[in-house]
Write a protein that binds this ligand. Structure first.
Ligand code: GRF
Length: 200
């Protein structure tokens, strides 16, 4: 059974979708720990009801990003974590973390990468005037939202869409593809060659 460690900073709707997929037997893995940099993250509240261990680690107690990440990695190691899932985690991981967990960290981004990386992807899409956006699950490498793509789902952008209305429709699809990508990882079906991911 794959041990999943989740890093989350915010409301945690993706985390919720992952928990539900596990409960329904759609993911052959278990969440061993949820770590947050935000004491008030609603994500933490959601998991407490499910008997999943949580940990809040205060960034201010560490001198550097790497020191902070080392603390996180210590917790992940204690739990024998095989897969790190970023679920609305708002900090950039240090290269040290990324190298140590190479091809074992995944993220979801609310746009069709490589379009609109970085913050406010849905706003970027609305402002640019694209007709299609969507979401992307990808492995994390040392760039910003630039790692190998695992799954993507397109979402139509409507003429009257605001950042919020588009975000809401994209989010529904995020909740579908993130659990699916995690299951593929858990089944050992993701093969990475250079920057491409093949599904066995
Ligand atoms: C999602 O839009 C995700 O694509 C992005 O951060 C947001 C997290 O939302 N990486 P939630 O905390 O899962 O509700």
């Amino acid at each position: 059974m794959i041990n999943i460690g989740v890093l989350a900073s915010g409301r945690g709707t993706n985390l919720q979708a992952i928990i539900e997929a596990i409960k329904e037997g759609k993911i052959e893995g278990r969440i061993s720990i949820v770590i947050s940099d935000n004491r008030d993250a609603f994500a933490l509240k959601r998991v407490e009801q499910h008997n999943i261990e949580t940990r809040y680690i205060n960034f201010k107690e560490f001198k550097t990003r790497e020191d902070y990440d080392k603390k996180i990695m210590e917790c992940l190691k204690e739990k024998d974590v095989d897969l790190v899932v970023l679920a609305g985690y708002m900090r950039i991981l240090s290269p040290y973390f990324i190298r140590t967990y190479k091809n074992k960290i995944i993220n979801i981004h609310p746009a069709l990468l490589p379009s609109f990386p970085g913050l406010h992807a849905q706003r970027q899409a609305v402002e640019y005037g694209v007709k299609i956006s969507g979401c992307t699950v990808h492995f994390v490498n040392e760039g910003v939202d630039s790692g190998p793509v695992i799954l993507q789902k397109a979402v139509e952008v409507k003429d009257n869409d605001t950042e919020e209305s588009l975000a809401e429709r994209i989010l529904k699809e995020e909740h579908q593809i993130y659990p699916r990508a995690i299951q593929l990882f858990c089944q050992g079906r993701l093969i990475i060659k250079d920057r491409k991911v093949f599904i066995k």
